[in-house]
Ligand binder design. Structure first.
Ligand code: F6P
Length: 553
């Protein structure tokens, strides 16, 4: 048994051995055979939440039946969860225990949405940030020339960009209006240190009505600080070197002194507590651009996440959505050897969801060191990628059909507006893709397809092998009634808790990210101009880049 203090790597637990046997047993049974053998499979492997919310009746349906497992696997996955004492983990997560044990912190981001109490010492208060956001939204803030601020540009990267960017894309009114004909502030994002991103945002900006929010928990991320400096220079070049620069900046950071030293007014530095990790921070002051974009609906976003917190904390594993999502993902990765997961949201508003999920899963559980300092041989977080449907169908789905790899798929379908035929096409496409990628098409079905085109027999024989697809791609289908603030909150919290479930069972700390520091160290060494410290390829590339630069002068 394994809990907070007495840890056993999961591979040494009895359920792990049983699950390894299940994987062998199922290897020769394609997914479509599992359906053929069990007429009730779809119903039994679908979790429906009809009383999840105060705002809506049926909030979330998750169909796991296209995952490559059966009832015995589910039973033993839940047994694995019990043997790792996942219930204790959830209790400690919500109780504010130091689960981020390497950095000696709690992981209490749920308290930003009322899902648990804040740890002692607090820091969860977002009152000042909210007042600022509403003042900005309502046109009460002016820039250095006296012009009303109508454009917010968020400068941040990673968790200080991906969450708010996704949520603004999903929820902001594309017409940009606030009430009767009053224009809302424009909200833009620039994350990349490649000047082209900020240049693109600023190409149509008016410096006099633009405010930059430097979103950086640490206020030390070089990309963000370089963009902040570029923004400062742009403002001066547009408005004059003696302008009141403080009128055009705010910051979200817990490095208050560093933000003030940059020139930000102390009352415009909005902290976030150190127990809110970057990739879990959209609920905190990092959500400032979202609050400006959607106003009071921000509270619906928090409410959706809070309801998912309650569900995760209180529901038995057998009906617990994040537990199932975590266990099926872990089954695919650690037992079936499926190392690729495509997130396929069928919603243009969720086009940045795969990027957000990449950071959440890969930065949280892309690790091999376990709680006791040992290294695991089990496969942990998969490679997460994806893109918005239906776009991917005309690009990468070919590989899902006829490539040589198994890829686990998460179809996310907000059903949406019943009166718009395009919305219906979108939903039907998502469901069709999940079906076709599961059942596949054998040689005789391929021949039958070709026969419908009245081709001669010889042509049918020649082409039929090229139509064959193996199918058997496992998928989960998550269906929401529509994409609104509440359901986006539900969805993001669902995945946050999924990642916790997996991290806990694998024995990983999902809340640190020491790996990424190594690249930063080398970048710093290269920036310092020191030579002779790196491998020959690196030294050569730096020399060649310098030569290119000199030639372009
Ligand atoms: O380098 C990784 C990382 O620390 C992420 O975890 C984080 O979300 C991102 O950089 C940005 O960090 P900050 O908000 O401190 O600028």
């Amino acid at each position: 048994m394994s809990g907070m203090n007495d840890f056993t790597p999961p591979q040494f637990l009895p359920a792990w051995t049983v699950l390894t046997d299940h994987a062998q047993r199922l290897a020769n049974q394609p997914l479509s055979a599992l359906f053929a053998n069990d007429p009730d499979r779809a119903r039994r492997h679908t979790l429906i939440f009809d009383n999840l919310t105060e705002l809506d009746q049926t909030s979330l349906i998750i169909d796991f039946s296209k995952q490559h497992l059966d009832g015995s696997v589910i039973k033993d996955l839940i047994r694995l969860a019990r043997e790792t004492r996942l219930d204790e983990g959830i209790y400690h997560l919500f109780g504010g225990a130091t689960l981020n044990f390497t950095e000696k912190r709690a992981a209490s981001h749920m308290s930003m949405r009322g899902g648990c109490p804040p740890p002692p010492g607090n820091g969860a208060d977002t009152h000042n940030m909210r007042t600022f956001a509403f003042d900005l939204r309502e046109g009460l803030l002016t820039g250095s020339t006296g012009k009303t601020i109508r454009h917010l540009v968020n400068l941040g990267i990673g968790g200080s960009d991906l969450g708010p960017r996704l949520a603004v894309e999903a929820l902001a009114d594309p017409r940009g209006y606030f009430g009767e004909g009053i224009e809302l502030p424009r909200v833009d994002f620039a994350a990349n240190v490649d000047p082209r991103e900020l240049d693109t945002v600023l190409a149509h900006a008016d410096a006099a009505d633009t405010l930059f929010v430097i979103s950086s928990k640490s206020f030390s991320t070089p990309e963000t600080l370089a963009n902040a400096e570029a923004a400062r220079q742009w403002l001066r070049s547009q408005l004059g070197s003696d302008i009141d620069i403080g009128a055009h900046f705010a910051a979200v950071s817990n490095a208050i002194e560093a933000a003030v030293a940059f020139g930000i007014r102390p009352d415009r530095v909005f902290p976030l507590p150190d127990w809110v990790g970057g990739r879990y921070s959209v609920w905190s002051a990092i959500g400032l651009p979202l609050l400006v974009a959607i106003g009071g609906m921000f509270d619906d976003f928090l409410a959706g996440a809070r309801i998912m917190d309650d569900h995760f904390r209180l529901t038995p594993f057998e009906q617990n959505l994040p537990v199932w999502l975590g266990l099926t993902g872990l089954w695919n990765s650690s037992f079936l050897g499926i190392q690729s997961v495509a997130a396929l949201p069928y919603a243009y508003g969720l086009r940045s969801f795969p990027g957000w999920l990449q950071q959440l899963e890969m930065e949280s559980n892309g690790k091999h060191t376990l709680r006791d300092g040992s290294h695991t041989e089990a496969a942990t977080a998969p490679i997460v990628w994806g893109g918005a449907g239906t776009i991917g169908q005309h690009a990468f789905h070919q590989l899902l059909y006829q490539g040589t790899r198994r890829v686990a798929l998460d179809f996310i379908i907000p059903v949406g507006d019943a009166d718009d035929p395009r919305q219906r096409i979108l939903v039907e496409n998502a469901i069709a893709q999940a079906a076709a990628l599961m059942v596949g098409r054998d040689l005789s079905a391929s021949r039958a397809t070709l026969a419908r085109h009245n081709l001669p027999d010889a042509e049918i024989e020649r082409l039929a092998p090229h139509l064959v697809s193996k199918g058997n791609q496992p998928s989960t289908t998550i269906m929401l009634p529509r994409l609104d603030a509440f359901h986006l909150g539900v969805l993001l919290a669902l995945y946050e808790h999924k990642v916790f479930v997996q991290g806990w069972i694998w024995g990983i700390n999902p809340f640190d990210q020491y790996g990424v520091e190594h690249g930063k160290e080398i970048a710093r060494a290269l920036a310092s101009g020191k030579t002779g410290e790196q491998d020959a390829s690196t030294e050569q590339l730096i020399r060649l880049a310098t030569e290119f630069r000199q030639r372009m002068r």
